[in-house]
Design a protein around this ligand. Structure first.
Ligand SMILES: Nc1ncnc2c1ncn2[C@@H]1O[C@H](COP(=O)(O)OP(=O)(O)OP(=O)(O)O)[C@@H](O)[C@H]1O
Length: 552
């Protein structure tokens, strides 16, 4: 393979200066992985180009030609006669060893050749076999066609963050990742799917459901379910279930907080009202009632208890508080129980559902888009996610104690709505956050992984964020770069600088799943199933609407 550069003096075991060949000048990009035939080919080293600096001695600051340039004159033969070269600065990633990359013992020598990786060389350099079990190859490494970044599926249990501004390609990328996780090489030619639940904010994953419903296979998933709110027009489509939850797993305090903040819009927590309702619910619980029946068919009992607790001398609840609490319970009942019909004694999201999904690997998409969740406000979606996170946590701790091993990935789009940063993003109720941080801190031991997707990581709870160990970072707004880079354990300056300029679909991947062990620039691969939701057709639509020969 032709060299793209030659190592210059001053290189060390950590950083290299490379003078690029003409071919190299054409090919090299910041972020490109290269192979150094170190010590005249006796050793090899993998390196990443971080900076490219073209030099022309006739164009130096303050040189002899400065005045001519000032006057707009072009002295002849400048291009032809000048000393011209391009220097690439690169970071040494390591030398191929028996078990992946190892530290370099001695620096490459000046004059050593630098070239692109050949087919299979990255795999060999990392000590991976062909079809290595548990390794999926993500997208295409910058500058290479058909060469993906190897991801270690085992480490997904340490959670993943996918960040980037709107339109940067996050949802497409997560869909692509799910496709990879739906056919993980297991060895001996076998492929397996990692069960997944996606909280789909905008219908970005619906194509998978449609593909499945029309008879196509989606990796090794046995089933692809779509879950919609009972009021959705899509409710009776094939392989579609209603989103219904039970209230029995919540504590009286949690429910009281939810019901009161739901009424007030959550501006601030009215502690008096919350504890009054908590008390009423506790009393009824002690009498053997479950919260689901109490807030659905037996809501009258709640009103009566509130009444009892607030009448007579020395009543523990002030009459005015009781009235306000009753109004909150009425609103909860009217909206959530009767309106959205999301509470049920026999919820669709139940232990049996999780059991089937993880036994016969499936993909369940909670459709929170306008079609799947028509008019359903954020607090109700938060309630569902809190319920789900809690259900999964309990179910998986159960598997663990029974010695049954199961795995599931929970993908949360718009994660800031469910695990909000209390300092920068005060959204009404944050019970979901408590359970999500429980999964973030403990889930690994139980086989529960989080994939959090957000446009604004600054708005995501820092505790949850600090538990993420793999980062897929698409184009970021300037104000988020430092925050994300720090949270992701620091990025090389060259890559950090590029985060605001990444084209759609290109990401920096870093962290535990990245088997290179160093942040890499990757272009998301092609989804095998399309992505209708993300597409916009402004021009086409304008032409159709208004382009009919001018008559309208
Ligand atoms: N690697 C890719 N190859 C082809 N098309 C892509 C790729 N990545 C993204 N796209 C397309 O770009 C558009 C925007 O991508 P996507 O919807 O994934 O962005 P996003 O970051 O999730 O945005 P938002 O935060 O608004 O949901 C979509 O039409 C998507 O299909």
């Amino acid at each position: 393979m032709k060299p793209i550069g030659v190592v210059l003096s001053g290189s060390t075991t950590e950083t290299l200066k490379i003078q690029l060949t003409l071919e190299g000048e054409r090919l090299a990009r910041e972020g490109l992985l290269v192979l150094v035939e170190a010590r005249r080919g006796e050793d090899r080293a993998l390196a990443r180009i971080d900076r490219i600096v073209p030099v022309n001695e006739f164009y130096l600051e303050g040189d002899l030609w400065s005045e001519a340039r000032r006057r707009g004159l072009e002295p002849p033969l400048l291009e032809e006669a000048a000393r011209r070269y391009t220097v690439a600065e690169a970071t040494v990633l390591g030398r191929p060893g028996d078990r992946g990359l190892e530290e370099l013992q001695a620096p490459p020598l000046p004059g050593d050749r630098v070239r692109l990786l050949g087919p299979g060389e990255l795999r060999e350099a990392l000590g991976l076999g062909e079809e290595e079990p548990g390794v999926v190859w993500f997208g295409e490494l910058l500058g290479y066609q058909g060469l993906g970044l190897p991801l270690d599926v085992e480490n997904i249990t340490m959670h993943v963050g996918v960040f980037g501004e709107t339109g940067s390609g996050k949802s497409y990328g997560v869909g692509y990742l799910l496709e990879l996780l739906s056919r993980i090489p297991l060895g001996g030619g076998l492929e397996g799917a990692l069960p997944a639940i996606v909280v789909d904010a905008n219908g970005d994953y619906m194509d998978y459901h449609e593909a499945y419903a029309s008879g196509r296979k989606v990796g090794a998933y046995r089933r692809v379910y779509r879950l919609v709110f009972p009021g959705s027009p899509a409710r009776y489509r094939p392989y579609t279930l209603p989103i219904t939850i039970s209230l029995d797993g919540f504590t009286a305090r949690e429910l009281a907080e939810f019901i009161i903040t739901y009424k007030t819009g959550g501006v601030e927590l009215n502690e008096l009202q919350v504890s009054a309702l908590e008390r009423a619910l506790r009393e009824l619980e002690a009498m053997g009632y479950g919260f689901t029946e109490l807030l659905t068919s037996r809501v009258g009992l709640v009103y009566e208890t509130l009444e009892d607790l607030s009448t007579g001398r020395g009543a523990p609840i002030h009459a005015q508080t009781a009235r306000a609490v009753r109004a909150a319970v009425e609103k909860f009942h009217r909206d959530i129980v009767e309106g959205y019909r999301v509470i049920s004694g026999r919820p669709s999201l139940d232990p049996g559902f999780v059991d089937t999904l993880t036994r016969e690997p499936g993909l369940a998409i909670l459709d929170f888009s306008a079609e799947g969740a028509p008019g359903v406000p954020l607090p109700v979606r938060q309630l569902v996610v809190a319920y789900l996170a809690r259900l999964l946590y309990k179910q998986f701790t159960g598997y663990k104690t029974r010695g049954e091993e199961r795995y599931l990935v929970l993908v949360l789009e718009e994660a800031q709505n469910y695990a909000p940063n209390p300092r920068s993003y005060p959204v009404a109720w944050s019970l979901a956050r408590d359970y999500l941080s429980l999964i973030a801190t403990q889930g690994r031991k139980f086989g529960l992984s989080l994939v959090l997707v957000s446009q604004r990581p600054v708005f995501v709870d820092p505790v949850v964020l600090s538990m993420l160990n793999t980062w897929i970072i698409y184009r970021l707004p300037v104000e988020d770069v430092a925050y994300v880079s720090r949270a992701a354990g620091g990025l090389p300056a060259g890559l950090e600088r590029r985060l605001t300029r990444l084209p759609r679909g290109v990401a920096v991947v870093t962290g535990q799943m990245n088997m290179l062990g160093f942040p890499a620039l990757v272009r998301t691969g092609r989804r095998s199933v399309g992505h209708a939701m993300g597409r916009t057709r402004v021009v086409e639509t304008l032409r159709r609407l208004y382009g009919g020969g001018g008559s309208g």
